[in-house]
Structures are given as C-alpha cells and as structure tokens.
Design a protein. Structure first.
Length: 345
C-alpha cells in the first residue's frame, strides 16, 4: 500500500508522508538541540515491533521550524527535511532539550515562530518533553495547573517561572495523560519506554529495553543523581538486600530482615538505602510490588486475588488501594486496558 501524503498550507514546504496504521511521532528539533536527547525517541520507538510479524508500531519523523540545517550544542549541525507540517500530522509530539531557548527559558514566553509551531499541533495530540524541553510545553500553556518535572538543576527556576505548574523535581517522569514530561537527559529513555508500555503493553516495552540494552524500569527518581556530601568515606551498598527482596515479593518483608542481609542496623540501612535509591525501603517495596502486579495483570489470567498474593499485597483490597493511588485505575480496569493493547500489538 502506498503511503498517504498530506500537506498543511503555510506549515512548511515539504509534503509529509504517513504510513497507514502506525502511531506517528514528530520530534521537534530547534537550534541548540542536544543530539543525545534528539536521538532517544527514534531509538526507542523505532525498536517497537508488532510481536506477530515484527512490523514497526511507530513512525518517527524529525521536524523543525523550517526544513534545513539546525544547529546543535555539539560541533556539528543536523539537516532536518520536515517543517511544521509534521507537527500537524503527529499523534505524539516530542520536544527534546535545546540550549538556545532564549525568551522561553529566561522569560517563560514563546517567540512568534514557536507560537506558530504550537498552533499547528492538532487538539488532542499527545505532547511530551525531554529534560528542559518542558520549558517549551510550559510556555505554550500546556502545563498550567498540571503536574510536571524537568532536570533537577532547572527545577527551581522552572517553578519560579511557571508558578501554576505542580513541579516534582524528584521523579524521572510525570504522566498526566495527554501531556508527559521527563527529568534530565537519560530520563527521556525511561519516559519513552513508559509510553511504549502504555501504548502496547509490557511485553513490547520489555523487548525494546532488551534491544536497546537499558533497564525496562529504573528504580527511584532523579533525587539519587543529585550530588550530596557523603557522611562516610565509603558506603556499603544495599544492592544485595534489594536483590534478595525482589526474589521474595510474595512474602512479608520487614525492614529489619532487609538490613540484616547487609549486616547493618535498621537506621544505617534506611539512610544508605535512600542515598542509593532515592526512596525509603518501604516506598521502594511498594513500587516493586506495583510493577510486579502490573506485569501479572498484563501477561497472565490469574485472578485479582492471586495477583495480589503473588505481588505481596496480601489482599485484593490492598492492591486495589495502591494501584488506584499510583495509577488512578483499579486492577480490573488496568488489565482490561493493557491486555487489549497487547492483543492488538
């Protein structure tokens, strides 16, 4: 079947070709773009395949304010063939970080060309930022009254510039439905994997993670990457205790038992655990149990009660409470959504 062709008057000189049936992702590259962040969407979404016939599930295009050369923050430019017409055709628009945001970063306002670009995006299009690309979404008004994150080093400035946004500087990404933001740099990988998982289920996302040699889900938030003075010259790791706990999520796990695996007092273990992971042991355990429950709900036909026991929640009511608090849905609703996505992947 020949690709569909569409154009948008006044939005660029190049026609946009669309392959039917694929989710179309437009990556918006501006002068000063950071090549690493720019390459994340193509690498992650480009590796997502239908498990039945290995056909691509996404079509990724790069666009800019106009076709042509775009400066990067490296010692080389890139040539972008698509203009703003690609934004008008996208199902998802991704804005990576740029070091030349000018009035956007300094004053929180869009320039006229950027305002035209955001006006080209169709209502209902999913918008995503990587690192300080969040400043563009905020300046466009897409984050007003909503939760969001950005690179930890810019979080205070981001909050001052956009006081209506609920800024969370500790997480790796924030999913607020049709608008998603990630923390700094490699957190864009975490967010893109999350989007694949949301769109097509755990099995597809895990396959992407294997192909790109990254963890399917990283523990903790970006607080663990903020430089802090170390209270002691050398800190023993809590890694063995975490591995031990992950093998026993279906069992009661006490803080004392985890501390004993590392031959530490509970107090020392708790402090060092938070320094390494960015979460308390209790918060981390709940997070791991939620992730395990999600995998079981997506990939098995176990009853909700059985999933709750295997994930370590004990009862369906307890699991329901935790999933509702973190994901905003019940176990049954989550299973219906993601098993359907996997069936259609």
């Amino acid at each position: 079947m020949a690709p569909e062709q569409s154009t948008a008057s006044g939005l660029g000189t190049s026609p946009v070709f669309r392959l039917p049936g694929r989710h179309r992702v437009a990556v918006f590259a501006l002068d000063g773009v950071i090549p690493f962040e720019l390459g994340i969407p193509l690498r992650i979404f480009g590796a997502a395949e239908n498990p039945d016939d290995r056909s691509p599930l996404y079509e990724v295009v790069t666009c800019s304010l106009r076709p042509g050369a775009v400066r990067t923050d490296a010692d080389f430019p890139i040539v972008v063939e698509n203009g703003l017409a690609a934004l008008a055709e996208a199902d998802t628009v991704i804005v990576p970080a740029s070091h030349e945001l000018g009035p956007v970063y300094d004053e929180g306002r869009l320039t006229a060309p950027l305002a035209e670009a955001f006006a080209a995006i169709r209502p209902g299009t999913r918008c995503v930022s990587i690192c300080t690309g969040s400043f563009l979404l905020a300046a466009a008004g897409l984050l007003d009254g909503r939760p969001a994150t950005t690179h930890w080093s810019s979080a205070d400035h981001f909050q001052r510039l956009f006081p209506r946004i609920q800024v969370d500087p500790d997480v790796l990404y924030v999913d607020d439905g049709d608008v998603l933001t990630s923390a700094g740099v490699a957190a864009g990988i975490d967010l893109c994997l999350h989007i694949v998982r949301r769109d097509f289920g755990t099995a597809v996302a895990n396959n992407v993670a294997r192909r790109t040699v990254v963890p399917p889900h990283r523990e903790g938030g970006q607080a663990q990457y903020v430089r802090r003075p170390l209270p002691e010259p050398q800190l023993a790791s809590t890694e063995r205790a975490r591995a031990w706990a992950l093998d026993r999520l279906d069992q009661p796990l006490s803080l004392r038992a985890m501390a004993e695996r590392e031959s530490m007092s509970v107090r020392t273990f708790t402090r060092r655990f938070r320094e390494e992971v960015g979460l308390s042991p209790g918060q981390w355990l709940i997070q791991q149990r939620i992730e395990h429950a999600r995998q079981l709900l997506e990939s098995t036909d176990l009853s909700v009660d059985q999933v709750a026991r295997q994930a370590g929640f004990g009862t369906a009511a307890s699991m329901r409470q935790h999933l509702q608090a973190v994901l905003g849905v019940s176990p049954t609703a989550y299973r219906r959504t993601f098993q359907t996505a996997a069936a259609h992947a």
